[in-house]
Write a protein that binds this ligand. Structure first.
Ligand SMILES: Nc1ncnc2c1ncn2[C@@H]1O[C@H](COP(=O)(O)OP(=O)(O)OP(=O)(O)O)[C@@H](O)[C@H]1O
Ligand SMILES: [Mg+2]
Length: 303
């Protein structure tokens, strides 16, 4: 089997449970992500999503298992991996603009000061921040603005892999929609690979090529990989008309509502827990039409 761009192999994470015992968050979790793919992960609170992301970012070491990107083992943080944290941690003593230029300067050390600043401003503008606002410190910004700075900071560095931990959690519905569109635009114009945690099923269907579903912990598993068989470009008002939309949505709701609990807490004997691929396609009338490279892979977005 060809190796994926990002390959997660037999990842196990244990923590002390605070009572002298051990909490096994997940065990032997294995999955791959292809270059340029947009993958979302859904699962209940506490199942281990942020833990996986911190390991992918190189910010935490798993108890056992390895993560490889482009064939090289991930160890420690790198400018090739951009992270937007659940709590959008910005450097509090720097302005919004400087929070972005800080990383850009490290990424492109030979750029002039004005080029770095223009580049940072471009990404801040993309997420709707321009004018005097960019000179404010994080404490002087609203939660949604801070989150947008954090998104601009991650994107401006053009990482090969973008790791997003509920990046739109603190945004109002309107801003959320705008930034989802911006994210799709940036992603579709680059070779970037995105791994994103979200609690929002509709957001995941709109954005993802594939949704990974996690069972509840302890001993959580990435149980399924659900293909989003809705072609791009996708538009939030139009995708709900697609024959696959509610079929996929119902499957996700059912998993999160029932099966994530039924499958929870079971220690597995498998040495390699790989997710089962789920493909729901009501438009495929005959097996001959089951195209292995469907239009869903096309990278384009609606303006
Ligand atoms: N450093 C740590 N020490 C001990 N336990 C930890 C540590 N970090 C996480 N955990 C535990 O690991 C489990 C998974 O945590 P994690 O933050 O990955 O969950 P999550 O899926 O991201 O949840 P949420 O959706 O609420 O953000 C939880 O039970 C949590 O209490
Ligand atoms: Mg989390």
């Amino acid at each position: 089997m060809a190796k994926s761009f990002l390959s997660i192999e037999r990842l196990t994470q244990q923590f002390p449970d605070g009572q002298g015992g051990t909490l096994t968050v997940f065990e032997n979790a294995s999955f791959g992500i292809e270059k340029g793919e947009f993958v979302c992960i859904l699962g209940h609170s506490g199942c281990g999503k942020s833990t996986i992301m911190n390991i992918l970012a190189g910010l935490a070491e798993p108890t056992s298992g390895v993560v490889k990107m482009d064939g090289f083992e991930v160890s420690g943080p790198s400018l090739d991996r951009g992270v937007v944290f659940q709590n959008y941690s910005l450097l509090p003593w720097l302005s919004a603009l400087k929070n972005v230029t800080f990383g850009v300067r490290a990424r492109y050390p030979d750029w002039s000061k004005s080029k770095v600043e223009d580049h940072a401003r471009e990404y801040l503008a993309m997420v709707g921040l321009d004018g005097d606002v960019v000179h404010r410190k994080p404490s002087q910004l609203s939660g949604g603005m801070r989150q947008r700075v954090s998104i601009a900071r991650a994107f401006a560095n053009h990482p090969k892999l973008l790791l997003l931990d509920e990046p739109f959690g603190a945004l109002d519905a309107l801003t959320r929609g705008t930034i989802q569109d911006e994210l799709l635009k940036i992603w579709s114009g680059t070779e970037q690979t995105v791994f994103m945690i979200t609690h929002d099923i509709d957001e995941a269907i709109l954005l993802a090529d594939r949704i990974l579903l996690m069972t509840n912990g302890p001993f959580a598993r990435v149980a399924e990989s659900v293909e989003i068989t809705i072609p791009r470009p996708r538009n939030r008002t139009e995708i709900i008309e697609h024959p696959n939309y509610y079929a996929i949505r119902n499957h996700l709701v059912q998993f999160l509502g029932t099966r994530s609990k039924e499958l929870a807490g079971k220690k597995s004997d498998e040495a390699d827990n790989r997710p089962e691929t789920v493909r729901i396609d009501k438009t495929a009338t005959a097996p001959a039409e089951a195209d292995p490279e469907p239009a869903a892979r096309l990278r384009a977005v609606n303006d």
